[in-house]
Design a binder for this molecule. Sequence first.
Ligand SMILES: Nc1ncnc2c1ncn2[C@@H]1O[C@H](COP(=O)(O)OP(=O)(O)OP(=O)(O)O)[C@@H](O)[C@H]1O
Ligand SMILES: [Mg+2]
Length: 435
Amino acid sequence: MKKPQFVRKLFTTSRLLEFFTEKELSMQIGHSKEWWPIALLKELIDNSLDAAENINKPPEIQIVIAENYFSVEDNGPGIPDKVINRSLNYTVRVSDKSYYVSPTRGQLGNALKCVYAAPFVANGEIGKIEIVNGKKTYMIEVVLDRIDQKPKIKLNKLDEGNCKKVTVFYTDSAGLLLTPKVSNIYKTPMDAETLVKRYAIFNPHATFNLNGKTYEPSSTVWKKWLPTEPTSPHWYTPEQLKTLIAAYLSMDRDSEKTVREFIAEFRGLSGTTKQKEATDDAGLSGKRLCDLIVNNDIPLAPIEKLLMSLKKHSRQVKATSLGSIGEEHLKTRMMNDYHIAPNSFKYKKIAKIDEVTNLPHVIEIGFAIYDKDHEQNSRQVISGLNWSPTFDFLSEAKTMLFENHIEPQDPVCVVCHIARPKFEYTDKGKEQVCL
Ligand SMILES: Nc1ncnc2c1ncn2[C@@H]1O[C@H](COP(=O)(O)OP(=O)(O)OP(=O)(O)O)[C@@H](O)[C@H]1O
Ligand SMILES: [Mg+2]
């Protein structure tokens, strides 16, 4: 007798589910579910800092954590209407940072999508997020369509809203205020105060307020590389330049934008003579960006030639232009917030162009022993990349601690920060990098 054959059904899974199941969302956020509230809070603070810097304002960030919601308010321009609308489309990423090589805190263009999805996935019934952008109030609701077995996103708009704020209605948000018990076995999520203290240490120009407690800036005129500054050709690989050009062209395939107009947007190439020499050398004078398209692709060879020419006609950016947090600020914050003994404080800064990647970087390290009135029997390592704290500490810091025989039970506090135009993140949480 013929054996009955098992015929597999061909299932179609909505791309929406990439953000709407616990497993997938944990991958997008880069952390497991217990970490979601703190990881999302960090993404919102990163966005707020970048946004205020985008309009050259010293950032002022207000964070409120309540029983069942948390919110981040800033003095930036507000999330533009079109960004809010587009970010709700889960088939595309929306970012003003992702294709440029520059030291901004955000880079991937997926954080807002995680913010919308997480409250729903966490409670399984309804997720609510409110965005006020200075002109309008957007109420985003994520509910389950039980027939389609798919989450549905509803958007309600009100034509009023003065502040610039994102509120995430998240069950038991107040848990963000609880200091996790120190455990050597399990990694417990960080609490909001620890996170904000870390932001304060890496951002001398910013004011943070967490539920009424203010962390004052040490200098509102402190200088760092700003997202409004043009990016340097020296920071790009040919592939990255090609991807940037492709991104411009995919917005408008028949764009009349010339190669010369495109290169005028780079650091060191604002002068018309330089632009002319650079396009001539690349053999692209009079060409438009769309002329680079061959068979629906952009061949790499002319891009390599263009990049070589851009580098030849512009100067490499000095590492010091990225800005440094500085000894004074690190010491003051470590004294105020971490109770270190001032006399034990040591500071080291390395600012140079890396020989392998050719990228400028600034590494700063502050080291101190706790004040004897605040003795602690465990070391604390506070790491940051591009003015944003990481939850885990960097491999650079790990090596340094190991070489100096600093053990987990030693009463020392170490701060390590690296600024660089681009990190190759190996995870979506923007925590692990290849240095
Ligand atoms: N507080 C804010 N004020 C103004 N614009 C914002 C704010 N938050 C986000 N945006 C805009 O929304 C875009 C998308 O934000 P999102 O956090 O999803 O991506 P990103 O910051 O570019 O990259 P990443 O996913 O690495 O954080 C940003 O690129 C920015 O243009
Ligand atoms: Mg972001």
